[in-house]
Design a protein around this ligand. Structure first.
Ligand SMILES: [Zn+2]
Ligand SMILES: [Zn+2]
Length: 244
């Protein structure tokens, strides 16, 4: 309690700076970045794979991997908002590993919500919003699940129904970042289950799963598996940043 108060007090004294370039920000700004850094955020606007949402340079409905591989899709489709490039990399890193949880307002509130307001017609009415869970041990160590913070912010601002404990992580998986494509697919295979107490809520429903970063979209795809098996009508993925 005292620590929280002290922290707030100290933050109020320190001049606000851009998280990425450390240029001074005006006191009344609510943005974590300066205007120049905000203008460098690269949004995913062009053609994307209809399944996994990977940006495509040329035409066609699907990316190479979705067309060719034997990969089973449980999720209807995945879309991502921005490329996982600077200044987003730094922002997400600070948000995820350095307790700057207040960044949920910019990342989940502004970036995700603004995207949704332009693209919600891709989706049917969403009955439930949930998030990719982290393993209870990781949750204990980090103190929070960054995807959950994004999903809470997103659903609060859009007045959607958020269900935090819908999906459970069974496996303690290593970080997807260091793995090859094949290893990634194996790593999260059957890593998730549905919270049995909430099965009745999912039958016939349209569900949106939120995550912070993805590469192959396999984690979020595996999250959709127990939901579909429990009778969800449609399951979609919305990811803040795509690492391509
Ligand atoms: Zn800046
Ligand atoms: Zn694809």
């Amino acid at each position: 309690m005292i620590k929280q108060f002290l922290k707030a007090f100290i933050y109020a004294l320190i001049p606000k700076v851009c998280i990425y370039c450390e240029r001074a920000l005006s006191y009344d700004t609510k943005q974590p970045l300066c205007n120049k850094c905000i203008s460098q955020i690269k949004f995913i606007n062009g053609l994307v794979c209809q399944k996994c949402g990977l940006p495509l340079d040329t035409g066609g409905a699907h990316c190479y991997n979705c067309k060719k591989s034997q990969r089973k899709f449980y999720i209807n489709f995945v879309r991502s908002v921005v490329y996982y490039l600077e200044p987003i990399v730094t922002l997400i890193h600070e948000f995820k590993y350095r307790e700057r949880t207040y960044l949920k307002s910019f990342l989940g509130g502004e970036l995700l919500v603004n995207w949704w307001q332009k693209n919600f017609n891709l989706f049917p009415n969403i009955d439930i919003v949930c998030c990719v869970p982290i393993h209870p041990i990781k949750h204990f160590l980090r103190g929070y699940n960054q995807a959950e913070l994004l999903a809470v912010e997103f659903s609060n601002r859009l007045n959607l129904n958020f269900e935090p404990k819908l999906i459970k992580r069974k496996k303690f998986t290593s970080s997807q970042f260091k793995l090859s494509r094949e290893e990634r697919l194996q790593n999260v295979n059957n890593a998730f289950s549905i919270n049995k107490k909430l099965i009745h809520k999912t039958v016939g429903k349209n569900i949106l799963i939120i995550d912070d970063v993805c590469t192959t979209a396999e984690t979020i795809n595996q999250c959709a598996k127990p939901l579909k098996e429990a009778g969800a009508k449609n399951v979609f993925g919305l990811v803040l940043a795509r690492d391509v």
